[in-house]
Design a protein around this ligand. Structure first.
Ligand SMILES: Cc1ncc(COP(=O)(O)O)c(C=O)c1O
Length: 471
């Protein structure tokens, strides 16, 4: 093999492993000639070969970029088509099975959307916790009653500017994670029997709250790249007395899309016209693969009817149990709801995270972890393309760390869930993402796991389990 062919082979391997992602620029010729210890003309020949093979494309005066559509990436699923009829939800206990699986030692965690600890800035957080126990002993032992620590709310208010939202610290209420924020919002804006419009599929934690409060879920068709269908939502609102709508617009769970800003604005306007509250869950908003933090739908709120929820669970650590809500015009009721539910969010993490954010470094950490998640998603998507049966479709998220996989028709995702669990692999089966238990041939995969041979073998095994299914 000639020297330039060896270089091309090396670069192909790096692209396949996700070192360079679709759309990313390869290092310049000088840098590559140093890395491979070859001449610049050898690098240029290697580039030419990769271009001929369709792996990269040249952009004038800019360099070589990995093609955005690499041949082996599976297709994306189509727009969803749920029956838009309000339904009481039953049987969300399956989600508890999933959460139990996360506690089993040795289990490969592709189920719950929890980042592996190796991606989290655990040491820096522990340092901040220690510092608070040393320097704020008395305060850390007491309650931080709602709305929560002033220092933390100030730091959150600063971060919310990145999401396009100008919010005063007094408008923020600290919660025990985003899950509590969502529950408080639903309890504030709706009563048993009310109808809540949801994306379909939707995050199962939200469905559980809807079920527990005796609310009815109205599943709205959703596009895998643009999010909830505004036309379908409009029709549904005309037909049913919808009380609130709940969405994950930025790096949706499970589909990964980022709703275009115009759609966010149109959604807020549509709901505003009908006096319907919007509950926005933005837990993945900081995790854009292209490092551009998208605005929240809250940014387009003009009358305080958007209730914004988020947390540090997907970025800093789920164990902190720290989230927040910006409840707009519902602030007083929400503060009271928080108080009667759990009196206060834990004090120590509030003070420690305020300190951590104030010291800086969070943005640096985000830049690093976004790249890591982008690579994980690319690697696992490619592995699914390699090991799963023909006809498998996979979403292409623009951020976050989950992928939504459509298996060939008639594949039973529940059967695969149980059989994978018996082999030490947890996945999230499609039906738990739907009030009507649709998506029987879908699974969601958590990609925030370190890539190694064991993980690749787990994806290969899932592929075999799928192949063994009748279809
Ligand atoms: C979309 C979404 N919202 C909320 C949560 C719950 O977040 P927290 O751990 O902060 O309660 C999750 C966790 O999986 C999630 O994916």
């Amino acid at each position: 093999m000639k020297r330039y062919e060896q270089v091309a082979k090396g670069l192909t391997g790096q692209i396949e492993q996700g070192v360079y992602l679709p759309g990313e620029r390869l290092p310049g010729v000088r840098r590559l000639s140093e890395q491979f210890s070859v001449s610049i003309s050898t690098i240029m020949q290697a580039h030419q070969l990769l271009e001929d093979r369709g792996l990269v494309q040249a952009r004038p005066r800019s360099g070589y970029y990995v093609r955005t559509t690499l041949g082996r990436l599976p297709e994306q699923p189509a727009m969803t088509n749920p029956q838009p009829e309000p339904a009481h939800i039953t049987g969300q206990q399956m989600a508890m099975q999933l959460s139990r699986a996360t506690r089993q030692p040795g289990m490969i965690q592709l189920g719950a959307a929890i980042p592996h600890h190796s991606f989290l800035p655990t040491r820096a957080i522990n340092r901040a916790l220690l510092s608070v126990t040393r320097h704020q002993q008395q305060r850390s032992a007491g309650y931080e009653f709602p709305p929560g620590s002033a220092e933390l709310r100030q730091q959150i208010a600063r971060r919310m500017l990145d999401a396009g939202c100008q919010v005063a610290p007094s408008e923020i209420i600290v919660t025990s994670g985003c899950q509590e924020a969502l529950a408080l919002c639903l309890r504030t804006v709706a009563r048993a029997g009310d109808i809540i419009a949801l994306e379909s599929p939707t995050f199962y934690g939200l469905l559980q709250v809807v079920e527990s409060l005796g609310l009815k879920a109205l599943e709205i068709p959703t596009h895998p790249q643009h999010g909830i269908s505004l036309d379908a939502l409009k029709l549904a609102i005309e037909q049913w007395p919808v009380k609130a709508c709940a969405i994950v617009a930025n790096f949706n769970n499970p589909m990964g899309y980022c709703m275009p800003d115009d759609n966010k604005q149109a959604l807020v306007a549509l709901l505003g016209e009908h006096g319907i509250a919007l509950i926005e869950d933005d837990v993945y908003g900081d995790l854009a693969f292209d490092h551009h933090r998208p605005p929240a739908a809250k940014r387009f709120d003009t009358d305080g009817k958007v209730l914004y929820c988020s947390s540090f669970s997907k970025t800093l650590s789920p164990g902190l149990r720290l989230g927040w809500v910006v409840p707009g015009k519902y602030r007083e009721q929400m503060e009271y709801q928080k108080y009667i539910t759990s009196l206060a969010a834990p004090t120590l993490p509030q003070l420690a995270i305020a300190d951590f954010l104030q010291r800086g470094g969070y943005d640096r950490y985000l830049r690093q972890v976004r790249g890591q998640y982008a690579r994980q998603v690319a690697r696992i998507t490619r592995a699914v393309g390699r090991y799963f049966p023909e006809g498998t479709r996979v979403t292409q998220p623009a951020g976050g760390f989950v992928i939504w996989v459509e298996l060939p028709e008639n594949t039973d995702a529940m059967a695969i869930f149980h059989r994978a669990l018996a082999k030490g692999i947890s996945i999230a089966p499609g039906p738990i993402f739907s009030a009507a238990r649709k998506y029987t041939n879908f699974i969601r995969i958590n990609c925030a796991q370190p890539w190694d041979e064991q993980l690749e073998a787990a994806i290969a095994l899932l592929g075999r389990l799928t192949l063994a299914q009748p279809d």
